[in-house]
Write a protein that binds this ligand. Structure first.
Ligand code: GLN
Length: 475
């Protein structure tokens, strides 16, 4: 089967009768089967996807096809799809079936995209390696002894290995950008509130964003245009109109003003090849006439603590709904209401999720609330203000996406703080609420992908795409 570089090229063949959606879906299904050892999908909607493909083929023939006709999409197991299983890769939601469809998923369906399956991830999107899933880890397709990143590991690997064209994931602290970087694909976290969170399992509601994985920017731009924007089901979603991203070429000859954080480059935990990639790109940008400046961001050391205090606080509240009463897992060893709650939660939540609930409950407890939660809220505001200030002078901030390339399975499992350090660059965009994208930018000596991250001001996704496109073509 011919590899189409983007959806536009594929649709050219679909609309001219040279290709069918059924054949495209079959091709992805074959990939899913031959790469099943990677454990990227929890459920594959084989028959349904083929049926839908044939339905879309008919619409194409009738000239009634939607904007995303022929786009095969996988969805992370945190997005609701009516009458389909949904578990957040957790045992506590065993047997749960969605009663409705997430807005982002519905908008894809309305434009004739084809959903091929539900993808593995870290339990309730908590993790950076996809080793916290109740369904076992996901493996990196380039080296099966290495992780794909997390928490949307299955979604990243599925795009990397052509099991689908695009994946929808979620990004609360880096869960789209970090695995995109480990798997050598593009990963977008839009501005907070750009895409409705209706139907997205809540982890930390003031950080959670639906994000997009793809192998090229054109597909990402077209998907964002369809799924972003106001939604009656989510009162926090922005009313800001959507730019017609898909109709504007992302190519530009414009010159950018770029900020790089000195702290991000000079940190000791940065893998030498990642550092070299960043430094080479900075040089190439300068050679091409862009202005790149190293600036200080003295709040860098507060990014991770702020994120991990606030995200766990919100998680402890959000996850209290999983109690074994109305749905999902219930312990059989219970004798009264209290023990039912306790045992069901103790038996069904994984270690990392329990750790976060405990941490979050602690920072919200009356004796420590002001010292941790209130303080972290204040620091968050400072971080947002300082970040916005940078965007009054610069177009984009350029950093590595992650300090290292994909690490070995088990390498950081014993020490949660080591694992949290994988998010050191990515949490910034979530704490500040601004958009960020990971751009595939090279490989280390072992051939593992390196990603660079770009951040821009609120609602400047289009500028990110333009810069990402330019950066991707820079030698
Ligand atoms: N790795 C981060 C965490 O575990 C980010 C997760 C995410 O973005 N969902 O919290």
């Amino acid at each position: 089967m011919r590899r189409y570089t983007d959806l536009t090229e594929l649709q050219h063949d679909l609309f001219n009768g040279l290709q069918t959606c059924v054949a495209i879906v079959e091709d992805h299904l074959n990939k899913i089967e031959s790469k099943s050892h990677l454990n990227a999908f929890l459920t594959v909607y084989t028959d349904e996807a083929l049926e839908r493909a044939s339905f879309v083929d008919t619409k194409i023939k009738q000239g009634k096809a939607g904007k995303l006709a022929g786009l095969v999409v996988g969805i992370k197991d945190v997005l609701a799809y009516n009458n389909h299983p949904l578990q957040g890769s957790s045992k506590i939601l065993n047997g749960f079936i969605s009663q409705y469809t997430a807005t982002a998923v519905q908008r894809l369906l309305d434009e004739d995209a084809i959903i091929i399956g539900r993808q593995n991830c870290d339990e309730f999107a908590m993790g950076s390696s996809n080793e916290n899933s109740a369904f076992g880890p996901v493996l990196n397709d380039l080296d099966n002894s290495r992780v794909p990143g997390g928490s949307s590991g299955g979604s990243a690997v599925a795009v990397m290995a052509d099991m689908c064209r695009v994946s929808l994931g979620s990004d609360t602290g880096g869960s789209v950008r970090q695995p995109a970087s480990f798997c050598g694909v593009y990963g977008l976290k839009p501005t907070y509130s750009r895409i409705s969170r209706y139907g997205l399992i809540a982890y930390a509601s003031s950080f959670d964003c639906v994000g997009i994985f793809s192998k090229n920017l054109n597909d990402m731009v077209r998907v964002l245009e369809v799924i972003a924007g106001p939604d009656d089901f989510d009162s926090t979603v922005s009313q800001q109109p959507i730019e017609p991203y898909a109709n504007k070429p992302v190519k530009t000859n414009g010159k950018f003003r770029v900020a790089c954080f000195r702290e991000a480059i000079e940190t000791s935990g940065l893998q030498s090849e990642v550092k070299a990639t960043l430094e080479n790109k900075i040089q190439s940008l300068r050679n091409a006439g862009h202005e790149v400046e190293l600036i200080d961001f003295p709040l860098t050391q507060y990014l991770l603590p702020t994120y991990y205090i606030l995200a766990t606080a919100e998680a402890s509240s959000n996850l209290s709904r999983f109690d074994g009463v109305r749905y999902g897992y219930r312990s059989s060893q219970t004798h009264d209401l209290q023990s039912m709650y306790k045992k069901s939660r103790a038996e069904a939540f994984g270690k990392e999720v329990q750790r976060r609930i405990l941490l979050g409950t602690f920072v919200l407890s009356s004796s420590y609330y002001d010292a941790y939660y209130t303080k972290a809220q204040k620091v968050r505001r400072l971080i947002r203000d300082k970040t916005k200030e940078i965007f009054s002078t610069y177009d984009v901030i350029l950093t590595p996406t992650a300090p290292t390339t994909a690490f070995k399975l088990g390498e950081h499992s014993a020490n949660p703080v080591e694992m949290y350090l994988a998010d050191i660059y990515s949490v910034h965009a979530n704490v500040a609420g601004v958009p960020g994208i990971s751009v595939p930018s090279g490989h280390d000596k072992l051939g593992m992908p390196i990603g660079l991250q770009l951040m821009a001001n609120d609602f400047e996704e289009y500028k990110l795409f333009q810069f990402a496109e330019m950066l991707s073509n820079l030698q």
